[in-house]
Design a protein around this ligand. Structure first.
Ligand code: MG
Length: 188
């Protein structure tokens, strides 16, 4: 294939649209990802809404690093389903070998956008497999379906979104504290 003159750079809106499209093609809606964030974060914070979770998922899906990870993860699974890799890696990915960890590496990279808490939230989703992550994991055991990379990338987006929700809510709390401090005796 000839190099050059190809579109390599995409706007954040284009990256979001392409991510949404490829995830849908692989059977994943943004609402299903947001639902995991909602379930995870509503245990720790008051005021978590599905709207805030969905907004966070959408924002994360517009980042360039996430775009590259999501597109690559979805394509690796598709190629493995079609048997297009050569050598032992085809079977290792297609059969989702437990000791294969490159899928988790991509997931950790995405969840690291939101620091250590993002990573621990990803670990929680990876182990406890809620909602769409569980459905992907189960479906991936069927003939002809490979979700080796998809379940991790979806879990990681949910973990990052869940962590962003905590950040947004805590920013609001910090603002509330400033407001109430203005109303103390000393300020009046
Ligand atoms: Mg996996």
């Amino acid at each position: 294939m000839k190099k050059g003159k190809k579109k390599l750079l995409f706007t954040r809106q284009e990256m979001f649209d392409l991510n949404k499209k490829i995830l849908l093609k692989r059977g994943v809606t943004l609402e299903a990802i947001a639902e995991i964030s909602y379930e995870q974060q509503s245990k720790y914070s008051n005021g978590v809404t599905r709207e805030l979770c969905l907004e966070s998922v959408e924002k994360i899906l517009s980042f360039r690093d996430v775009f590259h990870n999501v597109q690559l993860a979805c394509e690796i699974d598709r190629l493995a389903e079609e048997g297009l890799f050569e050598g032992p890696i085809q079977d290792i990915i297609y059969e989702d070998l437990g000791l294969f960890g490159v899928d988790e590496t991509l997931g950790l990279d995405v969840s690291s956008l939101y620091g250590t808490i993002g990573q621990t939230n990803f670990g929680d989703i990876d182990v406890n497999k809620r909602g769409i992550v569980k459905r992907l994991n189960d479906a991936g055991k069927e003939d002809g379906i490979c979700h080796t990379f998809l379940d991790d990338i979806v879990g990681a987006i949910a973990a990052a979104a869940s962590t962003r929700v905590a950040q947004v809510l805590n920013e609001d709390l910090a603002h509330d504290e400033i407001e109430s401090r203005r109303l103390t005796l000393f300020d009046l």
